[in-house]
Design a protein around this ligand. Sequence first.
Ligand SMILES: Cc1cc2nc3c(=O)[nH]c(=O)nc-3n(C[C@H](O)[C@H](O)[C@H](O)COP(=O)(O)OP(=O)(O)OC[C@H]3O[C@@H](n4cnc5c(N)ncnc54)[C@H](O)[C@@H]3O)c2cc1C
Length: 398
Amino acid sequence: MTHTQHASDTSLSMALGEDYPDIRDSVRRVCADFPADYWSSLDEREDYPTDFIKALTDAGFLAALIPEEYGGTGLPLRAAAVIMEEICAAGCHAAAGHAQMYIMGTVLRHGSDEQKRKYLPRIASGELRLQAFGVTEPTTGSDTTQIKTRATRSANGYVLNGQKVWTSRAEHSDLMLVLARTTPANEVAKRIDGISTFLIDIRACLGRGLEIRPIKAMVNHHATEVFFENLEIPADALVGEEGRGFRYILDGMNAERMITAAEALGSTRWFLRTATQYARDRIVFGRPIGANQGIQFPLAQAYIQSEAADMLIRRATAMFEAGLPCGEQANIARYVAAEGLWNAAEACMQTHGGFGFAREYHVERKWREARLARIAPVSTNLILANIAQHTLDLPRSY
Ligand SMILES: Cc1cc2nc3c(=O)[nH]c(=O)nc-3n(C[C@H](O)[C@H](O)[C@H](O)COP(=O)(O)OP(=O)(O)OC[C@H]3O[C@@H](n4cnc5c(N)ncnc54)[C@H](O)[C@@H]3O)c2cc1C
């Protein structure tokens, strides 16, 4: 590489700017119709953002990753990340949309042609919601390969028995992707084998062995417990090959990490914008509080972290799109974005002093929501363990 080439490459990567400016602009325009009061009202009522999801669907944003032949817009993952980043930067809540994006990926990559033809166009149009993903179980938590939900073969398909916990939006979704063991753990060579993925029609199963109970929670995530009791599901509910479901989920994890990292980055931008504005306006001891280093430095640190997260997300999505292995990069981007978000949320809360607790400022609600990024969909502890044990080759604990 010549010196000139090197210099121009460097300046190119340093001047990140806003990629996908048209998409960013359109997302901002949609989000402008859903101000903070819309979200706080939903939060108080623990209600679902029906109008917002419809607006996103009508604008084609939730079908960004669905190929055009199935009615979507077939955009790259980076574009989907930009959509999520902008939704969150506008102060809106992306969770109901992000799930649809990455759950759909399992059907797209591993579903049969018939499943794709049957579901993807209707998901793209908004006729069907695929927003529930049942992985976590009460007794096994992060140790997913130990899940106890069982799917046993029957004359017409499978019979499901078991329980999921924290399944978001199960009450507001038409379809749910469920992970269940089809071969007992002690009968498979590798613990990731013998687990299968099923696409369940929630409406058809309710009252026939499927029960959903809401969980009262700190954030408005429509979390539920899901119970399967001798639930009969058809054979064509199986996605891909029996026994390979955990591998399919691992396949989709990098995209999930990047999309949720982009959301964390967007929310970080919201906190920084809100906090810096308040720090300029609030006068105490005869000067703006933003003139104090105690207020400035945490905000500057959070900004620096947001820039790091931005670059890391771009690197990870670029590698994903190039078809390169990118698990480590996805994890790193997700970790830096989640930690940066929490620091920004804390700095914004501290900047607002007592008013941070007043609901009308929306800081306490966003602060509660921000905390989730360090726990779900993956805990930052598990990311650290992965980096330690896979990248740094330290002894395995799991
Ligand atoms: C609001 C909300 C929405 C959610 N939505 C969904 C959903 O839609 N679908 C779904 O399937 N799940 C969902 N989850 C569950 C979420 O993915 C889990 O809570 C998360 O993965 C952690 O699992 P756990 O709560 O069982 O924690 P545990 O596994 O019990 O772990 C508790 C703590 O110990 C740490 N820990 C465990 N093992 C290790 C280790 N080896 N090394 C270091 N630390 C470790 C964990 O990181 C965590 O901090 C949701 C959770 C919440 C709170």
